[in-house]
Design a protein around this ligand. Structure first.
Ligand SMILES: Nc1nc2c(c(=O)[nH]1)N[C@H]1C(S)=C(S)[C@@H](COP(=O)(O)O)O[C@H]1N2
Ligand SMILES: [Mo]
Length: 318
């Protein structure tokens, strides 16, 4: 794996005081987005300015975490529709049109439809979620996302009791996403899935921003999933379709490598990938001589999510 070196940027410790400052920055950034009129955000900020005085904490780490410098998160991306190279995907993604955007929500729901993103967002309050993010390739980072609970969105379309899984699909747009026409290592469009209880879990979010700004295109704008206890490939970008379904969806990665990428993809140091260990991870931005971090079961969120899997053999359901 090639490690790109970045100029060093002092990382900010997310302590109570800096969280406070950061929230102020988020408020300012969101207001600025409103003022510059960039798409969906402007509507919300205009509609309810006072809400931003109190942008709340959706989830904050129990112990202080060091956020990865934002330039690393923005310049090291996995977005295979554009490229398999982590910096090429970043620059190529800039051409993707993301505004206006709509999302089809369909399947086992009472209120299926094609919804404008701004209408969906106007019903949600954006919160800050500071999460560890662990890629199956054994690198990790810490990202302060801005987003909202997926459960809150799903409740608005009223899932039927027959809805047992949720399938997510990325935009299919070969004219802007070169690998969708030139490379079929993965079958396009990119598809991911969750069990309904995973989708309804309060840690599962849809992100529309990070570091107090609108989500950069290369990080999955305008709407991506973030499931912090699972490997990063579950956190699908540029979502255009959310389907509530009866049967487990076949995700793009499981289809391409069923023995390597399972449906669950829960972070687990004890279950190696067939070609490498998952017991430790390289912390992005930590400096070349910083030792690798020991990977934690469920990426450190066992207290919150282990009960979802209490009856399961995690080696079998990897
Ligand atoms: N549509 C789509 N979503 C995707 C990917 C992708 O290639 N296409 N890559 C996944 C992988 S492997 C990871 S690790 C994360 C990376 O998110 P980031 O680039 O914002 O760090 O996005 C995931 N979501
Ligand atoms: Mo990944």
């Amino acid at each position: 794996m090639i490690i790109k070196t970045h100029k060093s940027i002092p990382s900010s410790e997310i302590t109570e005081q800096s969280v406070f400052n950061q929230r102020r920055q988020i408020i300012k950034a969101m207001l600025a987005m409103g003022l510059t009129g960039s798409g969906a955000y402007s509507r919300i900020v205009d509609a309810n300015d006072t809400k931003w005085q109190g942008i709340s904490k959706g989830y904050q780490p129990k112990a202080p975490l060091t956020a990865t410098p934002s330039d690393i998160v923005k310049n090291h991306t996995n977005y295979y529709e554009f490229s398999f190279n982590k910096s090429d995907s970043t620059s190529l993604a800039q051409v993707l049109p993301t505004d206006p955007w709509s999302v089809e929500i369909t399947g086992e729901v009472e209120k299926p439809g094609v919804y404008h993103l701004e209408d969906l967002l106007s019903q949600q309050s954006l919160q800050e979620y500071i999460y560890r993010f662990r890629c199956v390739e054994a690198w990790s980072m810490v990202v302060p996302w801005v987003g909202f609970s997926l459960a809150n969105l799903l409740k608005t379309v009223k899932p039927l009791s027959s809805a047992r899984f949720v399938k997510f699909t990325t935009l299919f747009d070969p004219s802007h996403m070169p690998n969708q026409k030139d490379n079929n290592m993965l079958q396009w469009p990119y598809v991911e899935g969750l069990r309904i209880d995973e989708a309804m879990h309060p840690l599962t979010i849809l992100a529309t921003g990070m570091y107090g700004e609108a989500l950069p295109k290369q990080n999955g704008a305008p709407l991506r999933l973030v499931v912090p206890w699972k490997y990063g490939f579950k956190s699908i970008k540029a979502i255009v379709k959310i389907e509530l379904v009866k049967n487990p969806p076949l995700s793009s990665w499981s289809k391409s490598g069923p023995g390597e990428y399972g449906f669950y993809a829960n972070v687990n140091p004890e279950v190696p990938h067939p070609r490498w260990s998952q017991s430790s991870e390289r912390v992005l931005g930590a400096g070349f001589f910083t030792p690798r971090r020991k990977t934690e079961l469920f990426n450190g969120y066992a207290e919150e999510v282990a009960s979802l899997y209490s009856d399961m053999d995690l080696r079998h359901f990897f």
